[in-house]
Design a protein around this ligand. Structure first.
Ligand code: SF4
Length: 328
């Protein structure tokens, strides 16, 4: 690990002021950043500890909910407002990591976690455009079993590893960010960037901006939900494929509202509006859900070792939508 300086901020103003320094990074739970520093992947020159900044409230706001950026994953999952109104988010959070990690990890840190691409984590591999821009991509023709099949580029095929943000994508969340001058709200789909030619730029955050909260609009009324995570073991494993599904039905049993977001298959939480549109007005059935899955996976571009994700995602989507619509 390389030398760095450390300071502890007591409020948001102090934190964003310290963040203006080049090379500064925020330290929340540290469950990903510290690992990356030890491995020589991240090299901040200054760490701003924001664990004492009072941003851990979960509160009602304009019919929706505002979740403070420093709220712990376990506290958010257990909060009555989240359990009652956004159980999809609770389910997604509880499927992530281990209880010990969820007790440390914060909402903002969860959003900022990096991909689990093996080559990214191991600096002995010279070719990783995300770690060293312009160096190539070892995963492209390497062992790419956990990598993305949607939204990739010729520069990077890393997949987004988290669970919380997949549920947030289905719930139309907004990320609230602040710098020294202003606060802004970023729709979650715009918050995460696709790799394109700049895979090292993963989010829309500007230098010096700090995530202060996540806001959720009012939850869709009378909708069923399901978060399905397919992984190699039942806990403390990242998703090979995950599905956040939400289905609301009208009085005749037809689909009134459908939300579908995927994890583990793309460089960011992958919301699928075409699939959602195709389901609206239909009666829930395997046929309708298979068509939705076909829409979701139409642009899939698997590589040598991750072709299995196409069929796995198709089956996971159908299962999650059936669970959410109450047809199983
Ligand atoms: Fe690096 Fe992305 Fe290629 Fe992985 S997939 S080696 S993160 S450029």
């Amino acid at each position: 690990m390389e030398n760095f300086t450390y300071s502890r901020a007591q409020d948001v103003n102090a934190a964003v002021s310290a963040a203006a320094e080049p090379g500064a990074k925020f330290l929340g739970g540290g469950t990903n950043l510290i690992d990356l520093m030890k491995m020589g992947v991240e090299h901040p020159s200054h760490l701003i500890d924001v664990t004492r900044v009072p941003l851990d409230e979960v509160e009602e706001r304009s019919g929706g909910v505002r979740i403070g950026a420093a709220a712990k994953n376990s506290a958010v999952a257990a909060h009555p407002l989240i359990r009652e109104r956004y159980p999809l988010l609770s389910q997604a959070l509880l499927s992530g990591a281990s209880p010990q990690l969820r007790n440390m990890a914060t909402v903002a840190g969860n959003l900022m976690q990096r991909t689990r691409c093996y080559y990214f984590y191991d600096p002995s591999y010279a070719h990783c455009n995300k770690r060293v821009p312009g160096s190539g991509c070892a995963a492209m023709d390497g062992y790419n079993r956990i990598h993305a099949i949607l939204g990739t580029s010729e520069q990077c095929i890393a997949s987004y590893p988290g669970d919380m943000a997949v549920a947030l994508a289905a719930l139309d969340a907004r990320v609230i960010a602040r710098d020294q001058h202003a606060e802004r709200a970023i729709p979650i789909d715009d918050f995460f960037r696709l790799p394109g030619h700049t895979p090292h730029v993963e989010t829309d955050l500007r230098h010096g901006e700090m995530i202060t909260a996540v806001e959720l609009p009012a939850a869709p009324p009378n909708a069923g939900f399901h978060y399905l995570k397919v992984r190699e073991r039942n806990s403390f494993a990242f998703a090979l494929v995950s599905v956040a599904a939400l289905v609301g039905r009208d009085g005749n049993g037809m689909i009134r509202d459908a939300r579908l977001a995927l994890g583990g298959v793309a460089p960011k939480p992958w919301r699928v509006p075409e699939a959602e549109g195709a389901m609206r007005g239909q009666r829930p059935s395997d046929t309708v859900f298979l068509q939705a899955a076909d829409h979701a996976l139409a642009g899939a571009h698997p590589r040598r070792f991750n072709g299995y994700k196409v069929e796995l995602a198709r089956r996971a989507i159908v299962r999650a939508l059936n669970e959410a619509s109450g047809t199983v």
